[in-house]
Design a protein around this ligand. Structure first.
Ligand SMILES: O=P(O)(O)OC[C@H]1O[C@H](OP(=O)(O)OP(=O)(O)O)[C@H](O)[C@@H]1O
Ligand code: HPA
Ligand SMILES: [Mg+2]
Length: 176
């Protein structure tokens, strides 16, 4: 599809939001002994890298690889688990770190799957939330930006694998 991209959220705004999110997360987990942050690849890689460096105390990180969009702009609703976490999450405080919640299909499936392993707690942090597009209800504990129904790229997020390297967040604008 022919398109262009337009900046929506600047590097400076992302940076300030990360400080704010980290402050809330640090306060929430101040008594936690061994927080495990679980990022969902590939989209959350950049967010995870920036967020985990702002979290204090004994923190561990792990990743799952999940994919439901392929190269398309709408969810296939078939959430494929390409890689599971390596850590045993039983009895642990677990924070899922996600770049974007759109239909909610990805997070609903991951939450259900991880809950079966009986973590001590399971919370969810997303940098971006698009509530207008929700198909499945998911409780989100920490939200960065609530955004309108636009297709997003940048800061780890792709359109057909492109634009993950943009330092800012942009929307895709179709051209005819
Ligand atoms: O709420 P949903 O409608 O399920 O969409 C959100 C998910 O879709 C994107 O991932 P994608 O499946 O494209 O994989 P990627 O992270 O590897 O780009 C995004 O990174 C979220 O994980
Ligand atoms: O807006 C989006 N951009 C990129 N990937 C996505 N996956 C769900 N929503 C989006
Ligand atoms: Mg994608």
């Amino acid at each position: 599809m022919k398109h262009t991209i337009e900046e929506m959220i600047s590097v400076k705004e992302i940076d300030a939001k990360l400080d704010e999110l980290a402050e809330r997360i640090n306060a929430h987990y101040k008594d936690s002994e061994r927080l495990l942050m679980v990022g969902l690849l590939k989209g959350s890689a950049v967010f995870m890298a920036d967020l985990c460096r702002r979290i204090h105390g004994h923190v561990e990180i792990d990743f799952m690889a999940v994919s439901s969009y392929g190269n398309a702009m709408t969810s296939s609703r078939d959430v494929k688990i390409l890689k599971d976490v390596q850590s045993d999450i039983n009895g642990r405080d677990v924070l899922i770190v996600e770049d974007l919640i759109d239909s909610g299909n990805t997070l609903a499936k991951i939450r259900e799957m991880l809950m079966l392993r009986e973590p001590k707690s399971l919370a969810l942090c997303t940098l971006l939330d698009k509530p207008e597009r929700r198909e499945v209800d998911v409780h989100v504990d920490f939200v960065g930006f609530t955004i309108p129904d636009e297709f997003i790229v940048g800061y780890g997020i792709d359109y057909a694998e492109r634009y993950r390297n943009l330092p800012y967040i942009a929307k895709v604008v179709p051209l005819d």
